[in-house]
Design a binder for this molecule. Structure first.
Ligand SMILES: [Zn+2]
Ligand SMILES: [Zn+2]
Length: 264
């Protein structure tokens, strides 16, 4: 059993306020700017942000950041990790920025095994709470579910209103037993900016659809980020789908339907 430190709503709002201030800092990625804190059950805090400090895609051509094109960014040149995953790696005592660097390339198989073991076998972050300025992506959702994260507090969706795909992802989280809360801003009577927390509810029909449904595992995503061989296999599949479909489909998408010719 894990002992939980109780975190008051004021404490969470306070932490979130600090995160939100950081959004004013220049982003390391051309398309996203997200800050995250993980708070473990024993009240330790680990901070993460998206992008790669030593190799920000903002220093490169707009083409190098593949995030916006619906393509898995890790298959392109953008070495960015998400804020959520960065914070998880920090909590394991790793420097998320250096894992893909040449200096540690011969250590990488050990690092990957270590990550998988700590996150999904020993479940070192089980019961932790995640505060993040942006609603998490499907990769981080899978990582968080498999790592046993208990609560996710998020600020904004990618677009002003949640897209269908966001609702689907929210259902994926809640059907796995993760409580999700949206933190929104409002002006109080004195015109000061305040934040409030509201549970984010998903329809139970959609939720039940995801119970026990297969999804790409957190471990597969760890490998997608760091394992060159695994990346090349996924890239081949991704290229194949792109060649055969127009408009391109995102291999993350659950709406993807195979054409009849592949059913025989
Ligand atoms: Zn980028
Ligand atoms: Zn992510």
């Amino acid at each position: 059993m894990i002992t939980m430190v109780y975190l008051s709503e004021d404490f969470i709002l306070d932490k979130y306020g600090d995160l939100e201030k950081r959004l004013e800092e220049p982003s390391l990625c051309l398309n996203r700017n997200v800050y995250t804190i993980i708070i473990t059950p024993d009240a330790k805090e680990y901070h993460g942000r998206n992008g790669c400090e030593h190799d920000p895609c903002t220093n490169k051509s707009p083409k190098s950041c593949t995030r916006k094109k619906g393509r898995l960014e890790y298959l392109g040149d953008c070495q960015s990790l998400c804020g959520e995953f960065s914070a998880m790696l920090k909590a394991l005592g790793l420097n998320p920025d250096s894992i893909n660097s040449k200096e540690v390339s011969n250590l990488k198989p050990y690092l990957i095994t270590y990550m998988v073991d700590e996150l999904f076998v020993k479940k070192r972050l089980e019961g932790s709470k995640v505060l993040t300025t942006g609603f998490p992506c499907p990769r981080c959702i899978s990582l968080m579910i498999d790592a046993g994260i208990s609560e996710v507090y998020f600020g904004s969706f990618k677009e002003p209103k949640p897209r269908d795909i966001d609702i689907k992802r929210a259902a994926e989280l809640t059907s796995s037993g993760i409580h999700i809360f949206r933190i929104s801003k409002y002006d109080d009577e004195q015109g000061r900016i305040k934040h409030k927390i509201k549970p984010f509810k998903v329809s139970s029909i959609l939720e039940s659809f995801f119970v026990g449904k297969a999804r790409t595992s957190g471990e597969a995503y760890v490998r997608l980020f760091f394992d060159k061989e695994y990346q090349s296999v996924v890239r081949k599949g991704d290229d194949f789908l792109r060649e055969n479909f127009d408009p391109f489909i995102n291999i993350d998408s659950d709406y993807f339907v195979f054409p009849n010719k592949w059913h025989q």
